[in-house]
Design a protein around this ligand. Sequence first.
Ligand SMILES: NC(=O)C1=CN([C@@H]2O[C@H](COP(=O)(O)OP(=O)(O)OC[C@H]3O[C@@H](n4cnc5c(N)ncnc54)[C@H](O)[C@@H]3O)[C@@H](O)[C@H]2O)C=CC1
Ligand SMILES: Nc1nc(=O)c2c([nH]1)NC[C@@H]1CN(c3ccc(C(=O)N[C@@H](CCC(=O)O)C(=O)O)cc3)CN21
Length: 276
Amino acid sequence: MELSIEFFPPKTPEGENKLRLVRERLSEELKPAFYSVTFGAGGSTQSGTLKVVSDIHAAGASVAPHLSCVGSSRDSVREMLKQYQALGIKRIVALRGDLPSGMGQYGEFHHANELVEFIRLETGDWFHIDVAAYPESHPQAKSPASDIGFFVQKMKAGANSAVTQYFYNSDAYFRFVDEAYDLGVTQPIIPGIMPITNSTQLLRFSDACGAEIPRWIRLRLQSYGDDTASIRAFGEEVVTDLCDQLLSVGAPGIHFYSLNQADAVLGITENLNLPS
Ligand SMILES: NC(=O)C1=CN([C@@H]2O[C@H](COP(=O)(O)OP(=O)(O)OC[C@H]3O[C@@H](n4cnc5c(N)ncnc54)[C@H](O)[C@@H]3O)[C@@H](O)[C@H]2O)C=CC1
Ligand SMILES: Nc1nc(=O)c2c([nH]1)NC[C@@H]1CN(c3ccc(C(=O)N[C@@H](CCC(=O)O)C(=O)O)cc3)CN21
């Protein structure tokens, strides 16, 4: 069972220092298999990603930068791959990414499967490639069946594993994994888990990315108002139960969307009685 943890590139030097302390704590307590670092979310740049990635790599931990391809040229993606290879990075999260709103589809890549193929063509087996999976369907999907078909295509293009969008309904994950395996996927599909610490932020982001917050969770969160202690305690219980269910049925690991915070992740993992 592998744990992994996602960060986003901080926008300020204070944020960078805080993240270093957060990562040191998480490394000491959990020894995660790898950290991932987003690119693009909230307007972050590839140079912000590179900076955090270099920092984590220099500290001796395994790290996987997100690489998104939409709107990029083959040349620019090739340069980034070379840069990461030169640093000694061995793992990458390959995503289509999103164009800033209002911009049309342009560039030399249209979907993540093309990026996976390109990375294999350019760099052979150098990188362990992770791709994204959507147990509740990607928001732009034409149908659940076409979405899972494209997911399978992306895995068969040469991905080593997948990490899911977060969800609070484990049945959606189990069904997705069963269907993917029926369609010939053999690689691990790791559940992505979003701790609950801030209800306004969670509700806003979930709406935008197509993750459902079940009514009973939403109503509970609303009933706590700005009582953050109650929100955190409730969130920790709910997300611990979710992880328990996933692991008891054999999920291959857990990928935490930490939002650069250690406390919520550590609260959950302490409850889980993980083998050390
Ligand atoms: N940072 C993270 O951990 C996560 C980020 N995301 C974001 O979600 C966005 C989507 O990226 P990916 O999942 O990599 O995109 P993707 O290219 O796999 O899929 C995007 C959409 O296109 C459709 N599609 C996929 N392949 C297709 C093909 N060959 N032909 C026609 N349609 C196809 C899919 O059904 C889906 O609706 C990105 O912006 C990514 O940053 C999503 C989940 C996690
Ligand atoms: N479509 C999609 N894009 C992503 O980038 C993404 C996902 N889904 N799902 C999994 C994780 C979750 N990610 C997230 C989720 C929330 C924030 C967020 O709430 N950001 C705050 C700023 C955070 C802060 O500075 O504290 C925001 O207001 O945007 C960021 C990345 C990145 N990942």
